[in-house]
Design a binder for this molecule. Structure first.
Ligand SMILES: [Zn+2]
Length: 71
């Protein structure tokens, strides 16, 4: 039984990878993985609050936002 887990960034349900499979788990995508990585770099994990799309957008630079909205 495979349980999905919410993506730490956008809270979308993510299926855990099969053994041997390469995914971005626990993130839903490389994009969210990058957002997480940038947050660590910026020390933004000091802020403990649920991440909503609005919050995410607040924290992103215009370039990052543009990149996110492309998809
Ligand atoms: Zn995500």
């Amino acid at each position: 039984m495979v349980k999905s887990a919410p993506c730490p960034i956008c809270k979308v349900a993510v299926q855990p990878p099969e053994s041997g499979e390469t995914t971005h788990f626990p993130f839903c995508s490389k994009r969210c993985q990058n957002v997480d990585f940038m947050r660590w770099c910026n020390g933004e994990y000091a802020i403990v609050e649920p991440l909503t799309q609005d919050k995410l957008i607040e924290h992103l630079s215009p370039e990052e936002l543009e990149d996110l909205l492309e998809e």
